[in-house]
Design a binder for this molecule. Structure first.
Ligand code: NAD
Ligand code: TYD
Length: 379
């Protein structure tokens, strides 16, 4: 029994049940897909969607498990026969060649990145190494493994709306908006977008890129606005609002982003870019007040109690004033639209964090405490 259970955990159960070896089993699968950064926030939702929706795809999740990568995010699907986790670092060039040599990938969905603007201000090099060099390593490994025969191959690069820079009070980011990145994070993502397009142009590597607005939802690391403020409200700690709090972001529920990625991967046109967003702009301070109101209700506090924790602090250097995506192209061409309103998505997110206290405790212990001290003390 134990022996069988061990095999089950190693993804071999179906092969055993059907009486053929694991290699035959994977050969019968339609596609082998590499998803990078699958242990992170958005990546884990994408991995789950693909593993469950496409049982005939073999999904390889590659992640180096930085502070932001957490295999607890994928506990519910880790025993699925079409799922394999590989711990590797995209900055390790040889490891990328080896991986592409081992698996005959049909496609790549590349999400692995350093993703937090504040960290990019204190340690830009980590962003340049992972986001620029790491992406270059993946592109080179794909090109070499595919031997310039790109029939039915696809390299999908997941990017951010921050590459477009900052908007004034009016207007939206279109796919044609010139790049104008303002932080080390957005500059490193812009560089990686340019590399992907350059490989498309120079080597005819088939690619698609999407640039998405701010995501929120379950499993987001509590360094980003919504989970950080959730955690502070829960623990009656000050809510550190940067500057005047009137910075504007366009928020999208992470599961809706995962569905958009599915559409772009399967139906997007080679060489195209798709902007993804929620048509859902909020000034930070208004969003924070809404979060406080909902938390008061869910925690049974007196209305207004959590808002009393709001505390304005020194602004982020080079802080982009406003982001807003025009998602008309993906809507018209690929039929994608967000499925939940912000009110619903925010409520579901709060409920998830309240139910998953253990997850939050695990990720906020150890190094997180040091990060928090350095980022928010003396501000
Ligand atoms: P995240 O920080 O939660 O997760 C990133 C994942 O990448 C982690 O699991 C981490 O371990 C892994 N990783 C980091 N460096 C690596 C390396 N060198 N090798 C292998 N794995 C590595 O990030 P996220 O918020 O889920 O963002 C995922 C992608 O989506 C990023 O490319 C980001 O730029 C993009 N994006 C994010 C947002 C957002 O609001 N979070 C919006 C638009 C686009
Ligand atoms: P963040 O979640 O870091 O995403 P991004 O900077 O990539 O948009 O921040 C969202 C907004 O919230 C941004 O305008 C910065 C602001 N913010 C605060 O005011 N206080 C904080 O502690 C954090 C983390 C963010």
């Amino acid at each position: 029994m134990l022996f069988l259970a061990a095999f089950y955990r190693n993804n071999n159960c179906i092969a055993l049940l059907y009486g053929f070896d694991i290699f035959t089993y994977f050969r019968t699968m339609q596609k082998t897909l590499l998803i990078t950064g699958g242990a992170g926030f958005i990546g884990s939702h994408v991995v789950r969607l693909f593993v469950l929706q496409y049982p005939d795809y073999h999904i390889i999740n590659l992640d180096s498990l930085t502070y932001a990568g957490n295999l607890e995010n994928l506990k519910d699907i880790e025993d699925r026969p079409n799922y394999t986790f590989v711990k590797a670092d995209i900055t390790d060039e040889q490891a990328m060649y080896d991986l592409f040599g081992k698996y005959n990938f049909d496609g790549v969905i590349h999400l692995a990145a350093e993703s937090h603007v504040d960290r990019s201000i204190t340690d830009p090099n980590a962003f340049i190494e992972t986001n620029v060099m790491g992406t270059a390593n993946l592109l080179n490994a794909a090109r070499t493994a595919w031997k310039n025969d790109f029939t039915n191959k696809r390299f999908y690069h997941v990017s951010t709306d921050e590459v477009y820079g900052s908007l004034g009070a009016e207007g939206f980011f279109l796919e044609t908006t010139p790049y104008d990145p303002q932080s080390p994070y957005s500059a490193s993502k812009a560089a990686s977008d340019h590399l992907v397009r350059a490989y498309g142009n120079t080597y005819h590597l088939p690619f698609v890129i999407s640039n998405c607005s701010n995501n929120y939802g379950p499993n987001q690391f509590p360094e980003k606005l919504i989970p950080l403020f959730f955690n502070n409200i829960k623990n009656n700690k000050p809510l550190p609002v940067y500057g005047d709090g009137k910075y504007t972001r366009d928020w999208l529920y992470v599961v809706d982003h995962a569905h958009a990625i599915d559409k772009v991967y399967h139906n997007g046109k080679n060489g195209e870019t798709y902007n993804i967003g929620g048509f859902n702009e909020w000034q930070n301070i208004e969003l924070i007040k809404l979060l406080c109101e909902k938390m008061d209700h869910k925690l049974g506090r007196t209305p207004g109690a959590s808002a009393g924790l709001i505390s304005y602090i020194k602004d982020r250097p080079g802080h982009d004033r406003r982001y807003a995506i025009d998602a008309t192209k993906i809507n018209k061409e690929l039929g994608w639209a967000p499925s939940v309103t912000f009110e619903e998505g925010l409520s579901q997110t709060i409920d998830w964090y309240l139910k998953n206290e253990e997850w939050l405790d695990h990720v906020t212990s150890g190094n997180y405490q040091n990060y928090y001290q350095e980022q928010y003390t003396n501000n």
